[in-house]
Design a protein around this ligand. Sequence first.
Ligand code: GDP
Length: 544
Amino acid sequence: SSTAEVRGPDEDQGPGPALLAGDAAGEAARRRTFAVISHPDAGKSTLTEALALHARVIQEAGAVHGKAGRRGTVSDWMEMERNRGISITSSVLQFGYRDAVINLLDTPGHADFSEDTYRVLAAVDGAVMLLDAAKGLEPQTLKLFEVCRAGKVPIITVINKWDRPGKEPLELLDEIESTIGLKPTPVNWPVGIAGDFRGLLDRRTGEYVKFTRTSGGATVAPQEVFKPVEAAELEGVAWETAVEESELLEASGADHDQDAYIAEETSPLLFASAVQNFGVKQLLDVLVELAPAPAPRPTVKGDRRELDAPFSAFVFKVQAGMDTAHRDRVAYARVCSGVFERGMVVTHAASGKPFHTKYAQALFGRERSTLETAYPGDVIGLVNANALRVGDSLYVDKAVEFPAIPSFAPEHFSVMRAKDVGRYKQFRRGVEQLDQEGVVQVLRSDLRGDQAPVLAAVGPMQFEVSAYRMEHEFNSPVMMEPLEYTIARITDPDAADTLSRLPGAELMMRSDGTALALFLNKWRMMTISREHPGLRLDPLVGGA
Ligand code: GDP
């Protein structure tokens, strides 16, 4: 599974026999491409394993993430990189369920929270918002939810850990609706309070699915389904309460409405215990039955790329340095139309140049294997992708360009300097590379000069990764000096004069030419904004 092994022979392989364009729309209709958004510890890894287990990709829970990857830390990440493996932060899990093909894109969740997480959300058609029953909406969930909202990604909500004491189910529903304005439409309703999980009332059939504990959740729990009369006998008051509450929901209009769900006004909601593999089959069924399949994607021209159009894709993530000896770079691209076949020569829209795809890879957990064919909704990993940047479009035959992926609001800022000024050339090359890959955003100002760029990040791990790569990949050890700014707004370049005179604020230029006003905090920004009403201060996506 190393990069070296999957590299094919160096001779040119022409594209294989062309598949009928009609295959693309048919295959797309079966695809469900989604990501799980959650706060750390809500159970995302556990749920991922449970989903894969249900789909029987893996026989025993644990095979996807393993023990070491489970608690992803900076050092694990670096270790994985050294071993040329692929980090769990970039895994895509593909599995079949019923007639569907499910692509679950993993998002970094722990300390390594970064811009990558946001970009993955640009490549999915839906998201599962996973909440801890005892905690409800948490800060990171809220941030990620805002990104989904900005990207018009419909959301299915899962209340996890119902086997443990938690909040009241109706209280959780109220919290979701009042905090983020998304009306939950429960697909099922818990029988028994949090911590006394008896089972689920399936609100669509009225049937009772009894909760069966499995040893350690390592096997698929058997499903025992009962008619309402039997359920009443089995569970008594707990069942009656669930039925009453479910009727209450019906009366308040909390039933599923497909259009409202797609419009992100409502969210189908399920209760589960991921660690017990309970409620997981229900989630898979809802994904297959309700979650949207890939749709024709909007282009910069304002029209849409039909699924049956010739192959097209856009890059949503670039990962470098996994094989430093070869300056290996993998670009992850989401297929938007047509049929992808390994060996195809595609056009890179940004440069107009051909790109050879003979090293395309499928990505499964940490493994990489050669990929032969892919359809809309699938993710392909392209090795040797040195020319590809995040947001770039690829196509064959019929030119297309997809809109840029919005860059997200940085909340951490740090000056980076070369330890050895004699190595300025290496330093500059490294900074440029990190900027191009979007590992961090690089900001500059006349005031600070070229030798001390300011790195801006969504999460602090981006700085650690940057410093590590500057030293090991570009031979330029660096010093990092954190700045106290916490907020950035898009402004006009000529605001520099105003801002340079004010304490707690600074103007910096991003490499794409966008002027960013940095502020110590929200209050400082509000004060300055009041005193300078003409000052443009537009928020970036996903920021505070
Ligand atoms: P992540 O940080 O969101 O990936 O969370 P993990 O999947 O690593 O889970 C965090 C902790 O919660 C682990 O100790 C899990 O065993 C536990 N956990 C996950 N799901 C459940 C659940 O349904 N019930 C209970 N009781 N614990 C759970």
